[in-house]
Design a protein around this ligand. Structure first.
Ligand code: CP
Length: 315
């Protein structure tokens, strides 16, 4: 079993480059932190005196707040900069913005950006840790970590052979890409489902199944992960209308009957209720959506702890 002393990364840019052992280190640390969540005194002194900067150039509710809660629980000071309130809108480069944040004595930058590759680029420009909170349609590593952490809680720690169907807009989804990497490394069987325009056959190169018939895609799934349509990344229409998408691929009460009786429903949020997921199902006993959100705190605590500890050893 790998131990946290074997963590050798200052940054978390993507799941693609992580080994299964590194994933296990994060889950183990997150489990430790989860055991502290319900304590009366929730704060741990781990990052006392350190400053964490949330640099978010795209909207976010869950990721930004979960990182803020995680860093606060570790006793860090947290500052949040929104893209439209920063000097980026005056033409400053991302590198200069980050260099200035570093010069202001920040210890960690958490960044969400619309450009794929921006987190990796930044991690090479500055010495402090960079944590990717979503870069374009490329990766959203902490989302996949919280999703797989939740799956391990629900289906058992060994996900080998477990069947996960990801349904929706795969083409434009960083959540899908990060989850495919994580689930394949953990030995799960992944099926991608949705319209062929949003779920191209080319995804088979990831070692997954691509199925356009919803009933078949749902039939033996242990978990179904719904994704919303990412309008903000689409420059053209990939299906006639939202109504037609819902009629073909929306998960509703009738189609729930196609699921195994103990299959769980997941969604990274934000949900478009009544489009990709029926509102009653989102709030049903099958749904683990809010547990995903809560687990987002502890996996982010684990990531902050591991990257900050490694960076401190480099100084
Ligand atoms: N899942 C997710 O990334 O949600 P936010 O956009 O609200 O952060």
């Amino acid at each position: 079993m790998s131990t946290e002393s074997e963590w050798k990364r200052k940054d978390l840019v993507g799941i693609e480059e992580l080994s299964r052992e590194e994933l296990e280190i994060i889950y183990t640390k997150a489990e430790e932190f989860k055991a502290t969540l319900n304590r009366k005194q929730k704060k741990l002194p781990t990052l006392r005196g350190q400053t964490v900067v949330n640099l978010f150039m795209e909207p976010s509710t869950r990721t930004r707040l979960a990182f803020e809660v995680a860093a606060t629980r570790l006793s860090a000071d947290v500052l949040t900069v929104s893209g439209n309130a920063s000097s980026l809108v005056k033409g400053e480069s991302l590198r200069d913005t980050a260099k200035n944040i570093e010069a202001l004595s920040a210890d960690i930058i958490i960044m969400r950006h619309s450009a794929a590759g921006s987190a990796r680029y930044l991690s090479r420009q500055i010495d402090i840790p960079v944590i990717n909170a979503g870069d374009g349609a490329h990766e959203h590593p902490t989302q996949a970590l919280l999703d797989t952490f939740t799956l391990r809680e629900k289906l058992g720690k060994d996900l080998t052979g477990k069947k996960v169907t990801i349904l929706g807009d795969i083409l434009f989804s960083r959540v899908a890409r990060s989850n495919i990497w994580a689930l394949r490394k953990l030995g799960a069987e992944v099926t991608l489902a949705g319209p062929s325009t949003l779920v191209p056959e080319a995804f088979k190169h990831f070692g997954v199944k691509v199925i356009h018939d919803l009933k078949t895609a749902l039939a033996d799934a242990d978990a179904v992960m719904l994704l919303r349509i990412q309008h903000e990344r689409q420059s053209s229409t990939h299906f006639p209308s939202l109504g037609e998408y819902t009629s073909m691929f929306g998960l509703n009460e009738k189609r729930e009957g196609w699921l195994k009786k103990d299959a769980i429903i997941m969604h990274p949020g934000p949900i478009n209720r009544g489009v990709e997921l029926d509102s009653k199902l989102a709030d049903s006993g099958r749904s683990v959506i809010l547990e995903q959100v809560t687990n987002g705190i502890v996996v982010r605590m684990a990531v902050l702890y591991l990257c900050a500890s490694y960076a401190a050893n480099l100084r």
